[in-house]
Write a protein that binds this ligand. Structure first.
Ligand SMILES: *[C@@H]1O[C@H](CO)[C@@H](O)[C@H](O)[C@H]1NC(C)=O
Ligand SMILES: *[C@@H]1O[C@H](CO)[C@@H](O)[C@H](O)[C@H]1NC(C)=O
Ligand SMILES: *[C@@H]1O[C@H](CO)[C@@H](O)[C@H](O)[C@H]1NC(C)=O
Ligand SMILES: *[C@@H]1O[C@H](CO)[C@@H](O)[C@H](O)[C@H]1NC(C)=O
Ligand SMILES: *[C@@H]1O[C@H](CO)[C@@H](O)[C@H](O)[C@H]1NC(C)=O
Ligand SMILES: *[C@@H]1O[C@H](CO)[C@@H](O)[C@H](O)[C@H]1NC(C)=O
Length: 573
């Protein structure tokens, strides 16, 4: 045998193997990557993400910043031509730690149930002001009480009117009273009595915007979230809220519990929209894709809270098999004709699956665009949530007050890494407003203007930590590394096969020139030519006439070749 053929055959085979596996690798890396994600992403008690999800205290600190609007001219409220003058004060900065409580995994339906718990620690060194600063605001307790009794009979309203004559439309309190400590008010006691009559009133002895919230698990509800174990497309989706898949705060279909529970988003994000369920607002919020941004070298999709949530005439198409389960009065034209007819501005759609969700979130009287009515979720208090400074809202809202300057600093957005769905940056910003309305029966509110009155706003900004971003970069470069490896394998394989092909051709040429030379001796005597294939005489030798015709290529060992050749040479002689 000629040695080059053996080696080159192996090399050629290796080349082909490289090409095949390189191509397979190159073509199947999305599937491989998907497999890695499927293994890594679902939340389990042993997953890497679990520790952080369960308790954020090991992460770099997150800061919750609160700004108040200090109302500097309350005495001019009823003066014609004067608008409330608001001065933004703050920020009052708190370090926020998020924890989960009563975490129970349910592998049988691939969900996890838990409560949210948040702790706040004041950071005076980061704040612009102290907790003893005095702030003048709308008297939230009085307004809530007045709002509560507006449909009661005249006598009761007159009683309240008398009680309120001691109070004012505004109140001046210290920052910590307004936030976590709370303050007492005679009306709260009254409210607690009303609660015994079956009224929906807050179960608290004091009022404060965050009263009793520090370290409490009772404000976000009981959450049941998909772990993504069955389908990573459902990772982090809220399945049930307080054990139900609908809420009692909005009308169908706006009462559906849907969207992310707030911590995780599934992989493979598109440039469309994402949903987030807010336990604080008792409703899902839609964030619309706005732009692609660079976050420390990683591409991120930014989703903004915008028209689809803030508009009051947002139409939405529901999958037919979902829409057919909506309450009949709220899915089709009936919905528009029933109790909402007065508010509807747009003609009902022909298509019963298309619902004006603005209408079901109005919960009755619609608001100008830019406000979310969360009264139902706040014991009936006229609380409306917007973006800070009425950003992206109807401009008429800020014309009723002085001191608001919305800009892009007041956006609420979520930036996700599109392949993995990991949040790179979350900038949660919301403003709390109360509706100040004139009342005929409650004298305190006689002849006050009709204003959506800004009270405060807060921001929680969370950035993915540096070392986390580094790890993510590595993970994201994995598909490229694999693809490159595939390409390199294909190239190397092709090079091998090509070399072998060239060598083979060259050799064949030489072999041809050798065999066309009728002189066998020349082949045998050529010292470089160590052929292992020889012409063997199958006709038992002797007969010179037949020798050539019967010569065929047969492999043989070197010794036998030599012996054979010797005998042949002797024969020829
Ligand atoms: C709020 O306004 C009142 C009245 O104008 C003022 O006395 C008070 O100092 C202000 N508070 C802050 C924190 O600036
Ligand atoms: C601190 O608050 C005052 C008003 O209370 C404001 O004029 C000033 O710009 C604030 N400083 C910072 C750094 O926010
Ligand atoms: C919240 O509770 C913790 C622990 O009791 C306490 O250290 C912290 O000061 C509280 N924060 C506020 C804002 O009251
Ligand atoms: C999953 O199972 C648990 C325990 O039975 C239950 O509490 C939860 O509501 C279930 N979740 C869903 C989405 O069915
Ligand atoms: C807000 O919601 C409440 C009840 O949830 C409803 O009574 C009211 O009409 C809605 N709209 C306004 C502008 O208050
Ligand atoms: C919806 O918002 C627009 C823009 O703010 C406003 O003009 C309109 O009156 C609102 N619709 C209702 C029904 O309040």
């Amino acid at each position: 045998m000629r040695p080059w053929t053996n080696k080159s055959l192996g090399l050629g085979l290796l080349g082909v193997l490289l090409i095949v596996s390189g191509t397979t690798l190159y073509l199947s890396w999305p599937a491989i990557f998907h497999h890695i994600l499927e293994k890594e992403i679902p939340l389990t008690p042993t997953a890497k993400a679990f520790e952080i999800w369960n308790d954020t205290s090991s992460l770099p600190p997150m800061y919750f910043k609160i700004y108040f609007f200090n109302w500097t001219n309350p005495q001019q409220l009823r003066t014609p031509g004067k608008k409330p003058n608001l001065e933004q004060v703050g920020p009052y900065v708190f370090r926020e730690i998020r924890q989960k409580a009563n975490v129970v995994f349910h592998p049988e339906n691939h969900t996890v149930s838990y409560f949210n718990r948040r702790w706040w620690y004041f950071k005076p060194e980061l704040s612009n002001g102290s907790l003893t600063d005095r702030i003048t605001q709308l008297n939230a307790v009085a307004i809530s009480a007045k709002h509560k009794v507006r449909y009661w009979d005249g006598a009761l309203q007159t009683t309240l009117s008398l009680m309120l004559s001691a109070s004012d439309v505004h109140t001046t309190k210290m920052v910590d009273q307004l936030l976590f400590k709370g303050y007492e008010d005679a009306l709260i006691e009254l409210g607690r009595m009303a609660a015994e009559l079956g009224e929906d009133v807050p179960p608290f002895d004091k009022f404060g915007w965050f009263y009793m919230r520090n370290g409490s698990t009772m404000f976000d509800g009981h959450l049941n979230m998909d772990t993504g174990a069955l389908n990573i497309g459902d990772f982090g989706t809220l399945r049930k809220w307080n054990d139900k898949d609908t809420t009692r705060f909005f009308k169908s279909p706006c009462n559906v519990v849907e969207g992310s529970a707030g911590d995780f988003w599934p992989p493979y994000r598109q440039k469309d929209e994402i949903l987030l369920f807010s336990g604080e607002l008792c409703r899902p919020l839609t964030f619309e894709y706005s732009q692609t941004v660079d976050y420390m070298g990683i591409e991120g999709y930014r989703y903004d809270l915008s028209e689809k949530t803030l508009g009051n005439s947002t139409k939405r198409r529901y999958p037919h098999d979902q829409a057919k389960y909506f309450e009949p009065t709220t899915t089709t034209e009936d919905f528009f004709e029933a109790e909402h007819s007065a508010e509807v501005t747009n003609a009902p759609e022909e298509d019963p699956d298309v619902v004006n969700i603005g209408n079901c979130f109005c919960n009755g009287k619609c608001t100008p665009a830019g406000l979310m009515n969360v009264s139902a979720c706040r014991y009936g208090a006229p609380v409306f949530v917007s973006l800070p400074h009425f950003n992206r809202a109807d401009p008429s809202l800020r014309d009723h007050v002085i001191g608001l300057n919305p800009d892009e600093e007041h956006d609420f957005f979520i930036t996700l890494e599109p392949t993995t769905g990991i949040p790179l940056k979350v900038s949660a910003k919301l403003q709390i407003n109360m509706l100040l309305e004139p009342s005929k029966t409650v004298s305190l509110f006689r002849s006050v203007p009709n204003v959506y009155f800004p009270v405060m706003w807060f921001a929680l900004e969370v950035d993915a930590p540096d070392e986390f971003v580094d790890g993510l970069k590595k993970l994201l470069s994995l598909p490229n590394v694999i693809a490159y490896a595939g390409v390199v394998m294909i190239l190397a394989g092709s090079l091998m096969v090509l070399t072998i092909a060239v060598l083979y051709l060259l050799n064949k040429q030489r072999a041809n020139s050798v065999t066309t030379d009728k002189n066998v001796r020349q082949e045998i005597l050529a010292p470089a030519d160590k052929s292992e294939l020889i012409y063997m005489d199958k006709s038992n030798g002797g007969d010179d006439m037949h020798v050539r015709n019967d010569r065929k290529l047969y492999p043989n060992s070197t010794e036998s070749i030599n012996a054979d050749l010797q005998s042949k040479l002797q024969n020829q002689k």
